[in-house]
Design a protein around this ligand. Structure first.
Ligand code: SF4
Length: 370
């Protein structure tokens, strides 16, 4: 089983904290759509004939594409890939780019999961992030998505924003849990140097992130999620049982995926490949870079992604895939995290608890084989 990711690189404007590849000019929109379909046909053998169970339109802002354009892309995918009967088809949507009518149309062309970039229900937080929508519109879009009958909806929220007090964060979560939506992605605000926000903070024109507040928000989040029956199934992802993102789970479980579009990444089980970033370069002169993964690379990636999930690291899998030596070394190195209460063991599975997940990247790098 495998997944398809499509990177739609257009945005109405650039959010101050954004580090994704996106452009605000849509001048090359039709060239891009042609190039994307061409790439989909040209790379149809990349997944080795595996069945495709998920299609994910990410970006950028995929909801800037019209439903008819999404349909044309899906038609090309259906003609060239073995897509299963009931695939998960996700569209990322920004509140300022959709209407009730367009949501209905996306649904009618096959989109069955909506990922809405809410970030906060407070206007001052949205202004800090320089998002284009306001809180009223955010609530409206969630209502529409339910009224038009999307069964699977997920929402993005950001915590650790300097304008976000503990009370406001609590309120954001209360609003989320009152919607009846089954999935939440909640990210800590991270500020990259090169972003507009990074520069504003450096010049003293914007408040910096308070690490202690971010940790408090994370603790509030994990407590609230648990009390509402949500599983903390990945460091930034929470769902009612059975409502996990099928697409992102492909990444976290190390399965194959093909990424189409500028800057999109692909993984075929033994190598990683990433497309040129730049809409013009992508359209005029498609190219990519490729890296063959050594057993150590694959081991390290498995440790990194698995520790971020509630499924944890499976020592049996380590033994089968990498050999007894790797499994033994992992088990020995994990002991200190079990003793310190950040990790627990369930049979041959080694799993970080919510506190441990907060340190997942640091713990993973100490467990790397390098
Ligand atoms: S809408 Fe998303 S991809 Fe576009 S600039 Fe904002 S954060 Fe980045």
């Amino acid at each position: 089983m495998a997944g398809l990711y499509l990177h739609i690189p257009f945005c109405k404007s650039k959010c101050a904290y954004c580090n994704f590849f996106s452009v605000v000019s849509e001048r090359q929109r039709s060239d891009f759509l042609e190039a994307l379909k061409k790439e989909a046909v040209a790379r149809k053998d990349y997944l080795g004939g595996d069945e495709v169970r998920t299609v994910y339109f990410g970006g950028g802002t995929p909801s800037l594409l019209m439903p008819s354009e999404i349909k044309e892309i899906l038609d090309v995918l259906r003609q060239n890939y073995k897509i299963i009967d009931n695939p998960e088809i996700t569209l990322e949507a920004n509140p300022d780019t959709v209407s009730k009518e367009s949501l209905l149309e996306y649904k009618s062309v096959g989109v069955n999961r909506l990922s809405v970039g809410i970030q906060s229900f407070f206007d001052d937080d949205l202004q800090y992030l320089s998002r284009k929508h306001d809180s009223k519109h955010a609530r409206q879009v969630l209502e529409w998505s339910q009224e038009v009958g999307f069964q699977e909806v997920t929402m993005d929220l950001i915590y650790g924003i300097p304008t976000l007090t503990d009370e406001k964060w609590q309120k954001n979560l209360e609003i989320f849990f009152s919607t009846g939506i089954n999935h939440l992605s909640a990210y800590a605000l991270t500020v990259e140097e090169k972003t507009a926000l990074g520069q504003r903070i450096r010049k003293g024109a914007a408040a910096p992130v308070d690490e202690e507040a971010t940790i408090r928000h994370y603790e509030i989040l994990t407590q609230q999620a648990e009390s509402h029956g949500f599983e903390h199934y990945e460091i930034s992802n929470f769902a009612r049982p059975g409502h996990y993102s099928r697409h992102n789970t492909i990444y976290w479980k190390g399965e194959k995926y093909l990424g189409l579009g500028p800057s999109a990444h692909s993984f075929d089980g033994v190598s990683r490949q990433w497309n040129v970033a730049g809409v013009k370069d992508y359209c005029d002169n498609y190219s990519f870079e490729r890296e063959e993964l050594t057993p150590d690379d694959r081991y390290n990636e498995y440790i990194m992604t698995s520790l971020r999930t509630m499924w944890g690291v499976d020592a049996d899998y380590l033994r089968e895939s990498f050999g007894e030596k790797y499994a033994k070394r992992f088990k020995k190195s994990s002991e200190k995290y079990i003793l310190s209460g950040k990790m627990f063991q369930k049979g041959e599975k080694y799993i970080l608890n919510s506190t441990g997940m907060l340190f997942a990247d640091g713990i993973a790098s100490e467990l790397f084989n390098c």
